[in-house]
Write a protein that binds this ligand. Structure first.
Ligand code: SF4
Ligand code: SF4
Ligand code: SF4
Length: 282
């Protein structure tokens, strides 16, 4: 039986909801701290600490350092804790201007100048990307990641067929248009990123006709490379499968819903970001 705790930093609680949806751990493991559902003053000594959200405030930083000292292992859960996501939206100039312009704001807890991934503050033993990670992925962390079998990329879990002779000339807007069943969304002109995104989620989005926006982050082949390598790979895929003008594709790649995930590396790539070997990423 694993004694585990969930520390929530600056995020949206979606990761916690996904963990609760997993449910299967209830009989097998013991959750001892999770402010969303368990009243406890402080994080006790635990075997495993799951940390969601980014380090956005001085309180986040303090709580994380303190809890990590009491944990046998630390798991970074979700896009915010690893590399950006909604937690890093506040780093944008327009958001900062709005926040700082308000008179009389008390600034408690104090915002840090920018958001940080949790491994800039504490050592991390395992990374669990996703926004949020699926319940199955949470179960894999708790039951033993070594047993978990995942495909290298989302396409391998999607089941849609890629066609050579169906080459769209324009991008179809996000969540617009009729989606044909069984045929790859790229063939239909949707900006689906499954060719370069790590598997393990079982492709719920493209299976339902919704392009993959890359919340699981880059596949093992790209994980140690910079964001530019990921973008070049996406462009190559679209050049090979479509006749969509490159300008149009580039314009779409900087759209806000994709920027949450695609630019996670530019948000966090920098001096403080430790390397994340693929062996540590589930
Ligand atoms: S990773 Fe996604 S679900 Fe989890 S806290 Fe961040 S925004 Fe919410
Ligand atoms: S690109 Fe998207 S729709 Fe096409 S096979 Fe891959 S995941 Fe499925
Ligand atoms: S299909 Fe893509 S966007 Fe959907 S959960 Fe998987 S990685 Fe995330």
């Amino acid at each position: 039986m694993i004694r585990f705790a969930v520390l929530q930093l600056s995020g949206c609680a979606g990761c916690e909801v996904s963990l609760l949806n997993a449910g299967g751990w209830l009989e097998e493991h013991r959750l001892v701290y999770m402010p969303l559902v368990i009243s406890a003053y402080d994080v006790p000594v635990v075997d495993l600490l799951l940390v969601s959200g980014g380090v956005r405030t001085d309180e986040d930083s303090y709580n994380l350092r303190r809890a990590a000292r009491r944990a046998g292992q630390v798991v970074a859960v979700g896009t915010c804790a690893m590399s950006g996501g909604v937690a890093s939206l506040g780093d944008r100039d327009e958001v900062r201007d709005l926040f700082l312009a308000e008179e009389g704001r008390r600034h408690l807890p104090r915002l840090l100048p920018r958001c940080h991934p949790i491994d800039a503050v504490a050592a991390v033993d395992l990374y669990l990307p996703g926004c949020p990670p699926t319940p199955e992925l949470f179960m894999a962390v708790l039951s033993g990641p070594a047993q978990f079998k995942a495909s290298k990329i989302v396409c391998q879990e999607c089941g849609r067929r890629k066609l050579k002779d169906m080459r769209p000339k324009r991008l179809i807007g996000f969540q617009r248009g009729e989606v044909l069943p069984d045929i790859c969304l790229v063939n239909q002109g949707y900006l689906c990123l499954g060719t370069s995104v790590r598997g393990g989620c079982r492709a719920p989005c493209p299976r339902a006709g919704h392009p993959c926006v890359g919340c699981r982050g880059p596949s093992d082949a790209l994980i140690s490379k910079d964001a530019g390598a990921w973008l070049r790979k996406i462009r190559r895929v679209f050049k090979g499968m479509t006749d969509i003008p490159e300008d149009e594709l580039n314009q779409a790649l900087v759209s806000p819903h994709l920027a949450l995930f695609l630019f996670q590396f530019s948000d966090y790539a920098g001096r403080e970001r430790p390397s994340r070997p693929k062996e540590k990423v589930l």
